[in-house]
Ligand binder design. Structure first.
Ligand code: ADP
Ligand code: TRP
Length: 320
């Protein structure tokens, strides 16, 4: 079984990204042969600065490798190292009805957010279909927001197979159980766009400061507190054992335990939780050449598979 997923490079990761997405990706590799790629072609649809794109690709590779992607189990590569996907995109464009793309929510959302309606943005789902089909993927783990893209992929694959013969595997999506939204330091959803994040790989001082700024009510040290409506407890829950969580809740209810104490306990837990990942990231960062080697080796494996599919596709459509 081939599992495949792509991730857009999007900057400094925070603990919401880790518990909401990165951890799931790292767990999937135990289920079967996994292809994991950095979707840099897709990033171009929103016009990033070239240097920013380049550095985010490396950043994403470092972060995922540090957080648990195991290259013994996972083929990690950069989308643009397999340019055959662009050739397949062109071919698939010719079996893709415009109406199918016009219905895509993600296109409409991006336009509503003010992105220029360029053709890359419009045909984004065709490139995504190529990513999936070129590697003959069976299972595609994605967030709920990508479900429609998988439906479009299946439509395109079925249409192509009907017209040209059984070339493509028809993929299924794997949508993980709803993960809890991680709150930011202001209690809203943690997000880069809200400036309320706790970065995974921040400096000690920066992380301590973010934690000390978590919004709480203004109950004094001695007063009993409500652990079930507290941002500090909600974050502590992610990194503490059930016993440790219960102990903190008891202290809240009993009084004589201030928010400052709880924040210090949260800092300790968080810092220790990410310690092995921080160490691994520092090691990788001191040997960037090795990270590029991993990406190159991944690209080679991915490209071998893509070449096999493209050979069949070119023959089927009459280009050979
Ligand atoms: P941001 O909102 O910071 O820009 P992204 O949109 O880049 O984050 O999200 C990347 C991944 O992390 C997505 O799969 C998203 O669902 C997940 N994610 C982001 N923020 C949270 C959060 N606060 N709680 C849970 N998951 C999150
Ligand atoms: N569109 C996906 C996202 O924004 C990223 C992506 C690109 C992808 N190609 C893919 C995901 C192929 C799964 C399979 O999250």
């Amino acid at each position: 079984m081939r599992i495949l997923t792509g991730i857009q490079p999007s900057g400094t990761p925070h603990i919401g990204n880790y518990f909401g997405a990165m951890r799931q990706v790292c767990n999937i590799q135990d289920k079967g042969e996994t292809f994991l790629f950095i979707a840099d072609y897709h990033s171009l649809t929103t016009g990033p600065a070239p240097d920013a794109l380049r550095s985010r690709v490396l950043e994403l590779a470092l972060n995922y490798l540090a957080c648990g992607v195991d290259t013994e189990k996972t083929v990690l590569f950069r989308q643009s190292d397999v340019p055959e996907v662009c050739e397949l995109t062109w071919i698939l464009n010719n079996v893709t009805p415009v109406g199918l793309l016009e219905r895509a929510h993600s296109y409409k959302d991006k336009i509503a957010k003010g992105f220029a309606p360029n053709n890359g943005l419009f045909s984004y789902p065709v490139l995504m279909a190529s990513d999936i089909l070129i590697y003959q993927s069976n299972l595609v783990p994605v967030g709920k927001d990508q479900k429609q893209h998988l439906e479009i992929t299946r439509d395109i694959a079925i249409k192509f197979n009907n017209q040209y013969g059984e070339i493509f595997t028809i993929p299924d999506e794997l949508i993980p159980d709803e993960v809890a939204i991680v709150p930011g330091i202001d209690g809203q959803k943690m997000s880069k766009s809200y400036n309320n994040t706790i970065p995974i790989f921040g400096k000690e001082k920066e992380i301590r400061k973010a934690i000390m700024n978590i919004v709480t009510d203004c109950k004094g040290l001695e007063e009993p507190k409500d652990p079930d409506h507290c941002n500090v407890v909600a974050l502590y829950k992610l990194v503490a054992t059930p016993e440790e969580l219960e102990e903190m809740k008891e202290r809240y209810r009993a009084g004589g335990y201030g928010y400052g104490h709880a924040k210090m306990a949260l800092f300790e837990k968080l810092w220790n939780y990410f310690e092995p990942m921080r160490k691994r990231r520092a090691e990788l960062e001191s040997d960037i050449g090795y990270v590029w080697q991993i990406l190159a080796a991944g690209a080679e494996k991915a490209r071998a598979e893509a070449t096999r599919t493209m050979d069949k596709v070119r023959r089927a459509v009459g280009l050979r």
